[in-house]
Write a new protein. Structure first.
Length: 176
């Protein structure tokens, strides 16, 4: 998604399965739903082995480092109890509906939310970068205006001093 990502892969000589340039700086959940459906279909169809999301993580207006998040396959994280007792058995839960039915409902939501998070953080990062760039441009313009005003005033003052000196010199020549 986006011109930068597509441009990178074209430069690297990699074929793109699809590309989107219409999302812009106002991503919506519908964008994430559309992209998420394609990603899930490609993963389930065996066209891709894994799906990673590369985006600009928004930490602050000045800090937006690139980040990568593995979306598919979903990797389970070890809980605190499993870390504390490596030999302990896992608890057995009774799920209604079945675990497969729950996973079938939650997996698309998880993928959509991860994609939406990436889109929103990238948009926020871009807004922060634009704001910072505009603030720097405004500050630089203010400094330049101040410098030019000071230079103009000095030139004007030098010209006035020159004219006064010529008038005084002319009056002294007439008197003397």
């Amino acid at each position: 998604m986006g011109k930068k990502g597509a441009g990178y892969f074209k430069y690297a000589g990699r074929k793109l399965a699809s590309e989107r340039f219409d999302i812009g700086d106002k991503p919506t959940p519908d964008h994430a739903i559309e992209v998420g459906a394609r990603v899930i279909a490609a993963y389930e169809g065996g066209q891709v082995a894994s799906v990673d999301l590369v985006y600009a993580r928004f930490q602050s207006a000045l800090s937006t480092p690139p980040a990568t998040a593995r979306i598919l396959p979903v990797e389970a994280r070890a809980g605190r109890s499993e870390k504390a007792r490596p030999g302990a058995s896992r608890p057995d839960y009774i799920l209604a509906p079945s675990a497969e039915a729950i996973l079938a409902e939650l997996l698309p939501l998880y993928v959509r939310n991860m994609i939406y998070q990436g889109l929103v953080e990238t948009a926020a990062s871009e807004h922060g970068a634009r704001r910072t760039a505009m603030k720097n441009a405004t500050d630089n313009a203010g400094e330049l205006i101040e410098l030019l005003t000071r230079t103009f005033n000095r030139q004007r003052q030098a010209q006035i001093t020159q004219e006064i000196a010529e008038i005084v010199g002319g009056a002294a020549a007439l008197q003397g």
